[in-house]
Design a protein around this ligand. Structure first.
Ligand code: SIN
Length: 497
């Protein structure tokens, strides 16, 4: 086997930080506790990180609150310059950031580079938006008055990032916050803190003032840190990407301080292939929608609905393509499907596969943990296709979050709309059709926040990202993203002589 890349290959060793970050200082946990971060491909230890708790979180909140008093008075242009500089630094250091991300998350180096570019795009996008937070003048009912509105930053924003896109989700949140004039406390997932810490190094280098960015690291103390952020009256905004269960908990904990929330929670995306679809487009889009980050995205194609007239052709073409996908460590050349990030993810996927079989599904490809030539120790799963999925299978109502394609056959447009909407969540969705009228009809009928047509990727900094129903509320990215960190103030002026 070729020599794999490791942290020793970083060009800038200072991007590899093993401490938390509060008020421009790299710090240990107040009680000195630590946890380890492991590479999910090899199970090798990568780093030892502070296990922070309430005391550290309170310090970070205080630092952010103090910084807010002067940061809110900076000009939008200045904030935009810092964001642009940070974006440039991200791209200049893309190889290092991608390597850190690949090692801690497991995604391939190619995908990790894509995520760095995606992360930088939010910095650049919100640099532009910083100067476009216009208020308005309002036509009045009382001619003795004039009414106008302006927007102001909310205050300290807590940004809770997930392990599946640790670099891009932190910039999607904090770029909007910093552009708006808020200061931030970041809480990266315990499995993947290293890429967030590297981002903090670059943000500091870009010139963001002391206390505007603080990073609290934790693995086992996540509920304590989350509670401290939720309960603090100094934190005026909390943005979370993760499971619906944790989102509900955070919303309940934030109810006392009534802070503004953005929740990007679980999905169960329908991927619908109609008889009139182009086969090549359908296969290409399905591969992207399903295998990006080894199926660990909130918008992954969880339920693949295929119309009966194209079902066999699509299944065969998809199987042929999937057979060619190389599985292995993300650092290895040519690998398309990396490991899952957690051991329990393989277990969960295996449970879904067993359950699907119990309900009549046929595993036509894969279906087992992947050990390669016997040397692979990490959390790998064979790319899997299950045909003939039944409505009763767990996958119908729960995200599998793994490289498992679950194929459901349907007859009519009405039937598939009902099937697609028959779930508690509504984040992403995909339609593959050559019919424009059908595209409109189905896109309007789906109970989701995002619809992709003839493609397999919903991610673009300029497009608002978010869901409906139990997938949460609020939008990230797009023109709407910055408003999540602003409040509108109205001013009524007496002009009577
Ligand atoms: C997610 O899976 O939560 C985010 C995916 C994306 O932004 O593309």
């Amino acid at each position: 086997m070729a020599q794999q890349k490791s942290l020793k290959d970083l060009k800038r060793s200072d991007l590899f930080q093993q401490k938390g970050y509060i008020a421009e200082e790299w710090v240990e946990a107040a009680d000195g506790k630590t946890f380890n971060v492991y590479d999910p491909a090899t199970l090798d230890k990568l780093a030892t990180i502070p296990e922070m708790g309430r005391e550290d979180t309170d310090k970070a909140i205080k630092a952010a609150h103090e910084a807010f008093q002067s940061y809110k008075k900076t000009t939008a242009r200045q904030r935009a310059r810092w964001l642009r500089k940070w974006s440039d630094l991200c791209l200049e250091n893309a190889e290092d950031l991608a390597l850190i991300l690949c090692l801690e998350n497991g995604k391939t180096l190619t995908e990790a580079k894509g995520e760095v570019t995606y992360a930088a795009s939010f910095l650049e996008w919100f640099a532009g938006e910083a100067e476009r937070t216009h208020g308005e003048t309002v036509p009045v009912a009382n001619l003795n008055q004039r009414i106008l509105t302006f927007k102001q930053p909310l205050g300290v924003a807590a940004c809770l990032a997930p392990w599946n896109f640790p670099i891009a989700m932190i910039t999607r949140k904090c770029a909007a916050a910093l552009a708006a004039g808020c200061t931030t406390v970041w809480n990266p997932a315990g499995e993947t803190p290293l890429s967030c810490l590297a981002q903090a190094v670059l943000a500091q280098e870009a010139g963001f003032p002391k206390g505007t960015i603080n990073v609290i690291t934790t693995l086992n103390g996540v509920s304590e840190v989350g509670k401290a952020l939720c309960e603090s009256k100094l934190v005026r905004k909390l943005s979370f990407t993760g499971s619906t269960r944790v989102g509900q908990l955070l919303a309940a904990q934030c109810s006392h301080s009534l802070k503004k929330l953005s929740l990007e929670l679980g999905g169960n995306s329908p991927f619908i292939v109609f008889d009139d679809a182009k086969l090549e487009t359908a296969v290409e889009a399905a591969i992207l929608a399903k295998f990006r980050n080894s199926g660990q995205t909130c918008v992954t194609a969880n339920r693949v609905f295929v119309q009966e007239g194209i079902y066999d052709k699509f299944t065969q073409a998809l199987s042929e393509k999937i057979k060619t996908l190389k599985v292995g460590p993300g650092t290895e050349e040519g690998v398309f499907v990396g490991p899952l990030t957690h051991e329990r993810a393989v277990e969960k996927a295996m449970n879904h596969i067993t359950d699907a079989k119990k309900h009549g599904g046929q595993v036509i490809l894969g279906g087992s943990p992947y050990k390669g030539d016997g040397k692979l120790k990490g959390y790998f799963l064979e790319p899997t296709i299950i045909s003939g999925m039944s409505k009763e299978a767990i996958t119908t109502s729960e995200e599998t979050f793994a490289p498992v394609v679950a194929l459901y056959k349907f007859k009519t447009e009405e039937e598939v709309i009902d099937l697609a909407n028959d779930c508690d969540v509504g984040l992403g969705s995909f339609l593959i059709t050559e019919s424009m009228p059908r595209m409109w009809r189905v896109a309007e009928a789906l109970e989701v926040g995002m619809v992709g047509v003839n493609l397999g990727l919903l991610s673009a900094c300029e497009s608002p990202f978010g869901g409906v129903k139990m997938s949460g509320y609020g939008r990230e990215g797009g023109r709407q993203g910055i408003d999540e960190y602003l409040s509108v103030k109205s001013m009524l002026i007496n002009v009577a002589s």
